[in-house]
Design a protein around this ligand. Structure first.
Ligand SMILES: [Zn+2]
Length: 360
């Protein structure tokens, strides 16, 4: 059986990404597993290690709440921010509303000054907006300008919050696909080793950076129940019972896509040309964010997920199909034009769908 699938750049290439930096920074600050050993102080790596060590969802939620009760109050802002931003990925379906709110409260309590996005919640301008109905010129000006700014920020904030909640939680019956591939199957192997070859990678992209991206994707998908490891080609000797997937850079297939998962050949191909074109076409785009998204998407195909998701936020999504139909956002939301809505790592629905396919 020959099967391949890919992320088509065209669907999100046209979206300006000026505001997506928030998401990029958040991701960039996520600690690598080797950054810090498990310790008694609050560290995001510790929280992550705890979450990944427990398969049972209820127990994972319980331990997460216990951990937050114990360490949360003393957590440095950077650590709690990292937990906040990676919660959905690290906890999977154990990222319940209770855990989510606990982390969110901790996160907000540690923000020294309201960020641009959080300003919308601040009702401070209300005093100026409602100055007892006077027709004084100064106050009229304020009435005209302030509410507009607040509304704008509220809208942006709401879109981010909606994205965040769609990443974190998969509601009943929410999983939906485009039916553009065969039915989901079990993953290609319960143990997979991704062997990365940096040869022919685009200039300016370091081996470490791509390796890190692969590792983030491989680890995040482990919530589905399989074991994924990543090794450099020069360090690889034998698969030891794992299925080997070669991760390479080449433009042999010339498909115009940045990534391609070939299930038959067991290769994950990244296109140097597509990557360079992307770099040229949009200087503001964070290329590592895009690469993370693409790699997470392709690794998802090796987890047994064949068709593409119809939920815009899922890492396995397509934004539109060939007939021009659009992906969906919870509560009939509209796809924002100013930031990338698709997640960089598997969402709760991606993971749930994968667990169903793999009966985990
Ligand atoms: Zn795909």
């Amino acid at each position: 059986m020959y099967f391949y699938s890919s992320v088509r750049l065209g669907f999100y290439q046209l979206i300006p990404l000026a505001l997506s930096l928030c998401g990029v920074l958040a991701w960039a600050q996520a600690p690598k597993p080797q950054d810090k050993p498990v310790s008694s102080a609050c560290s995001a790596a510790d929280f992550k290690a705890m979450a990944y060590s427990i398969n049972d969802v209820l127990l994972r939620e319980k331990r997460a709440l216990e951990w937050l009760a114990r360490y949360g109050a003393d957590c440095p802002p950077a650590e709690i921010q990292s937990i906040h931003n990676n919660l959905a990925v690290w906890l999977g379906t154990a990222d319940t509303p209770k855990v989510h709110l606990t982390v969110k409260d901790l996160y907000q309590s540690k923000q020294p000054v309201a960020s641009t996005l959080e300003v919308s919640k601040n009702t401070a301008p209300a005093k100026e907006i409602l100055p007892s109905g006077s027709v004084n010129t100064t106050s009229t000006k304020k009435v005209k300008t302030l509410p507009n700014k607040v509304d704008e920020k509220t809208a942006v904030s709401k879109e981010y919050q909606l994205r965040e909640s769609e990443i974190a939680q998969c509601l009943p019956n929410e999983i939906a696909n485009w039916n553009d591939g065969s039915k989901d199957t079990q993953m290609i192997s319960p143990k997979t080793v991704y062997v990365y070859d940096h040869q022919s990678a685009p200039t300016g992209l370091s081996e470490d950076a791509v390796f890190g991206v692969l590792q983030q994707a491989a680890t995040a998908w482990e919530q589905c129940g399989g074991q994924n490891t990543v090794v450099l080609k020069r360090d690889f000797f034998e698969a030891k019972g794992s299925m080997k997937i070669a991760v390479v850079w080449n433009d042999d297939d010339k498909l115009g896509t940045i990534g391609l998962a070939n299930i038959t050949k067991k290769t994950l191909t990244l296109s140097p040309e597509a990557f360079q074109n992307l770099k040229k076409s949009n200087a503001n785009r964070n290329l590592m964010e895009t690469l993370q998204m693409v790699v997470s998407h392709e690794v998802g195909h090796f987890q047994g997920l064949t068709a593409h998701s119809r939920r815009c936020v899922d890492v396995l999504s397509y934004y539109t199909n060939d007939a021009g139909e659009k992906c969906s956002i919870r509560d009939n939301g509209i796809l924002p034009k100013h930031f990338e809505y698709r997640s960089m790592l598997p969402t709760a629905c991606d993971i749930q769908r994968c667990r169903i396919a793999n009966k985990n």
